[in-house]
Design a binder for this molecule. Structure first.
Ligand code: ZN
Length: 442
């Protein structure tokens, strides 16, 4: 194929970016030809056809198709009637195709493709769920590792260059959150911020940003035509004021906008100006830190919208997995008690939901209080013996309620061993509550 690529380039027509000839981006025998008008395209197709005759291979007509972009700039007489042929066979015009695994759409509609990616990501994850079923399911952090290793690459293949719409990203986020809740044993209806943050996950949007910036690094790293194009385009964008609506299809344009959003323009500018590119590791670290700080800010904002996630907000200051999931990972026997703790923290519990008359009062005691997690852990007289053990373990005589709550939930500096004792008591209280309610029912 190399000689065909050379022939096409030497014709000196077709797609150029400034003086860089990019007429036929190819991977092995998967070839795309780019032209700015129908006549040039036909000339190049003829060249390709002659090449196939010369080397006696057949171009499969069913595997060829073409897309047109920006029809309004083409000659009005041929608008909508572009006819292209390979030999005598007409090539079908399509609105959507996949080139080396990347979806390309002339109408910028890849929603069906994104749906498929979500489904296969979910399917891959579900095939792993059978693991550990004898021990009550995989620990959340193990399941999380598997998800990032198997499902995410499937869902986000080619993400750095795909032009996602906001609705596409939201679909991916939905799947991402669904799996996050599933991994942590939360009900589907639990609050969105609790789906990803306790596991220390980035959002899909954040992770796409990381992928895009790493893609930029590899573009700048290797000395080839893609590097030339990237540098030419980026230098222009940094130094020329640009129409914001231009280039919606350009991945480099999107990367440029992301560098502005993350406030890391200087990192990229320095690399362009000095010609010195930081190591991959150092580049990644800077990018991930920038993305994380944006994500944590967004998370705080979301938590303020959900008044009941105030405790969760205190856990997540730098996007690391929650202490309870870390304990669960280290001591698999403690899985069920860690689960209970996380349900209480993320407001995915069943407190104040079992009342007959729809009121949120605790029906087990006569304190006439709403059954909040503070009432449950600190005040409800029904759990006094368990509470005694908790206070004993924590040694919190004389502490205020707020301080005790923080200690119980693992928000202050309390050792893992103590937290395990505390959580086991809370877990027993939670089960005790279910038993008491069952007795009330009968
Ligand atoms: Zn009570």
């Amino acid at each position: 194929m190399a000689d065909l690529i050379q022939d096409l380039c030497e014709m000196n027509i077709g797609g150029h970016i400034d003086d860089v000839n990019c007429v036929c981006p190819s991977y092995a025998d998967d070839m795309t030809i780019i032209a700015t008008n129908q006549k040039d395209m036909q000339l190049m197709l003829n060249t390709a056809f002659e090449h196939s005759r010369r080397w006696r291979y057949e171009i499969h007509p069913a595997k060829c198709n073409f897309l047109t972009f920006n029809d309004m700039v083409t000659d009005s007489s041929v608008k909508g009637h572009v006819v292209l042929k390979i030999g005598d066979t007409r090539i079908p015009k399509v609105n959507f195709t996949v080139h080396v695994g990347i979806p390309i759409s002339s109408k910028n509609d890849i929603s069906q493709y994104v749906n498929d990616r979500c489904t296969s990501g979910k399917r891959k994850f579900c095939s792993l769920l059978g693991l550990g079923h004898k021990t009550g399911g995989l620990s959340p952090l193990t399941a999380s590792k598997l998800y990032w290793a198997f499902s995410i690459p499937t869902m986000l293949f080619g993400a750095p260059v795909i032009n996602y719409q906001a609705s596409d990203v939201e679909k991916l986020e939905l799947t991402h959150r669904e799996i996050g809740k599933r991994i942590q044993f939360f009900p589907k209806t639990s609050a969105n911020p609790s789906a990803t943050m306790p596991l220390g996950w980035l959002s899909i949007d954040g992770y796409i940003t990381v992928l895009q910036m790493m893609y930029l690094w590899s573009l700048l790293r290797f000395n080839n035509i893609y590097r030339d194009i990237t540098i030419t385009r980026l230098v222009k964008m940094f130094h020329v004021t640009y129409d914001n609506h231009a280039d919606i299809f350009s991945p480099i344009r999107r990367i440029f906008l992301k560098t502005k959003m993350l406030g890391i323009e200087n990192l990229v500018k320095n690399a362009l100006n000095s010609g010195y590119l930081p190591s991959k590791r150092s580049w990644r670290l800077q990018i991930v830190n920038a993305v994380r700080s944006v994500e944590v800010k967004q998370f705080f904002l979301q938590c303020s919208c959900y008044g009941k996630l105030l405790y969760l907000r205190d856990y997540v200051t730098d996007l690391k997995p929650c202490i309870w999931w870390l304990i669960c990972q280290k001591y698999p026997k403690c899985q069920s008690q860690c689960k209970t703790m996380m349900q209480l923290i993320c407001n995915a519990h069943v407190l104040n939901t079992n009342n007959f008359n729809g009121s949120k009062r605790c029906i087990l005691c006569n304190l006439c209080e709403t059954e909040t997690i503070e009432h449950f852990i600190l005040r409800c007289p029904m759990y006094e013996p368990y509470r005694h053990n908790i206070f004993e373990a924590l040694g919190c005589r004389g502490d205020s309620m707020g301080v005790i709550m923080k200690k119980v939930l693992g928000l202050s500096d309390v050792s893992c061993e103590t937290l395990i004792i505390v959580s086991s008591c809370v877990h027993k209280m939670y089960n005790h509550r279910a038993n008491l309610l069952a007795l009330l029912d009968t």
